[in-house]
Design a protein around this ligand. Sequence first.
Ligand code: MIG
Length: 815
Amino acid sequence: MKALLGRQMRCAAVLVCATLGAVSGLAAQSWQHIGDVSKVEKLADGVELTSGTAKVRVTAVGDGIFRVRVAASGTFPKDFSWAVIAPPAPPPIGIEDGKSEVRMTAGSAIVIVQKSPLLVRFTDLQGNILLADEPTLPMAWDGERIHVWKTMPADENYYGLGDKAGPMNRRNRAFTNWNTDEFGWQESTDPLYKTIPFFIGLRAGRAYGLFFDNTWRSVFDFGKESPDYFSFGAEGGELNYYFFSGPTPKKVVSDYTTLVGRSPLPPLWSLGYQQSRYSYYPEARAREIVETMRSKKIPLDAIYFDIDYQQDYAPFTVNRQYFPNFEKMIADFRSIGVHTILITDLHIKKNPSAGYAPYDSGIQNDNFVKNADGGVFVGSVWPGDSVFPDFTLTRARDWWGGLYKDFVAMGVSGFWNDMNEPSVFLRADKTMPLSVRHRLDDGTSLDHRAIHNVFGMENVRATYDGLRKLQGDERPFVLTRAAYSGAQRYAATWTGDNSSTWNHLKMSTPMLLSMGISGFPLVGDDIGGFAGSPPSDLLTRWFEVGALNPIYRDHTAKDTADQEPWVSGPEQEAVRRRYIELRYKLMPYLYTAIEEAARTGIPLMRPLFLEYPQLTQFYGDNRDFIFGADFFVAPVVTEMTDVETVQLPPGDWYDFWSSEKHVSAAALRLHPRLEEMPLYVRAGAIVPMQSVVQSTSQTPDGPLQLRVYPGDDCRGTLYQDDGHTFAYQRGELLRVNFSCHAAANGVSIQSVVEKNSFQPWWKAEEVILYGAAAAPRAVTVDGKGITSSRYDAASHSVTFVIPGGAHGWSAQIDY
Ligand code: MIG
């Protein structure tokens, strides 16, 4: 009671109350809860309910997908979203307006609105409740603020919200969404750089999803306030959320990403190894880095230039003292397969009458964010006094996109948009004043409270769209730090300024996994950590797991020790090279999985519960992940040499390194040596691989490798295209499906070409069949005997070659 009083007293000062409301005592405040339904009107896609002055619209936007909107005043604002791109595809709906409730069925789910008071619940067709308003706390508002409470079953788990730090399961914690530049964030730091107000509820194998499409400062409290309910809300904007009925976590991710869009297929080179630091300069140092990678035969596809390549930190300039031959350097790198990525922060140096075109043209076209009094807002960032493009205006986005013209002409391949929370120095709130105005195309404007969380997304939207116009048919590569739901349509991202500690290595995997299920598959972290300098074994372990992250980028802060793969001497270098090479060997498999993510939303890096939602023992697993569909990865994230316990999912698994088969294994107890990252392949996987290359521009030597691990549900896929243009969208691609069947006395393997409109690089396929107890009696391909098969007793494998590029074939191996 005392605590409650204290809170109310502090709330007497309105400003303080608004800040506190986000973190504590939500239910205790002066909410006006919605009351009884007085009127029900049918709409083409749902119902509109009246309650007092308020109106509530519950509509069906897809099979098993509903939307709830509330207008406290009774007038809905214009229907608009920065995130949602898919027009609703309402299925046939059935509405029953009963005495005490309204029921609406849309495909596989039902929404039921109780009338007195108005409470919403979602069920499956059998009536099992999936999600329900907390009966004592109907939806509510308080001035501009809005809030929703839901009952919280004791065994329900919550995942998502993007890369919030800490355990993947968000239960028992509360979070705020307000994009923030957090150098040196820790496990407990919140908010971070991104706002992804989407989560998955998972309970005994059954999943649903919820997307609260609200760009204002928002909160999600998963049982911190009460063990009986969870809740979400915002300091303003519309009460507007989507419910996805699942039933599987994959279906939820797929439905959510249908609504807000998916990552387009990135250029293949961006999936190679990327080298960065703050900052490589002068030119001689950058050349030394690239040449060392090549001479040491450590594969490399991209090098980053951080802010010091610019003149006075002014975006879109080059410091010619450091880089007298910038264009030549970029071309030289490109000629040996290394792509150049430049940072271009959004803050434009306020540099009038100096011939600085980005400032002059921006002022001329009235493209910068303004203060409430109409003057251009000036904030201090790297270039000193700076101005900020009004990215919510199409006109300003088009202008920004055009600024990339010269860099594109110089041969720059990718761009990095940092600081786009937006980050502003010398201010306690680290960003723009809430009163600045952001203009919209329709002539209206909104203040920073409504736009802050989408500012970074609109920044990378402008960059991506600009590059689409400037680069012809070449796929853009953009890296962003801030994001809102849907930013995956424009950019890849990373987890910001982490630290060179073992705990940060450990925190990385759950953050990347959470991003993936939040619709953002192209993610990485700073390998080795940004702040500080890692001990050599930590850096090596980070290179190991990073090889299986979607984006693989080594990066570190200014004034830290060197962090390139070779820095700790030949032994460590050899291990790091081995893992970078592993990534390139796995590139056919990895690229196939990235194409799947672009097409379906299912990420490359998958939490165990995404593949095995029924296995509740994995709900709390924050260390392991599934890479693609078929690899189980148990990265070593501790310096201890104690035993590591690895519990494989049910079924049989092969050790990737030794090829040893584990049959329905109990927990394995391992002592992984520094060069060993526990890695297992599902029995039933067919994994396409290639020989090592020094960059993705290089054509691999030798055949396509197909590693066949016989088991149940035996299959694999290979996707290929030119790797850098949009020709794949016009059907120029190769897709091959492989399958196998194991019987007591042999194994048969099939290759079926599904789509053959792209000519791949290989001239032969080398099949390596594992799990062979003895040399086969015979190997036949398309009915003809092969004499040249090899049996390896140590790995229990049979190897044989099938001549020709991608084609349909069938092989039979008899024991
Ligand atoms: O205020 O561009 O997170 O990756 O090296 C720091 C310099 C600005 C923050 C980014 C970091 C980058 C650094 N930037």
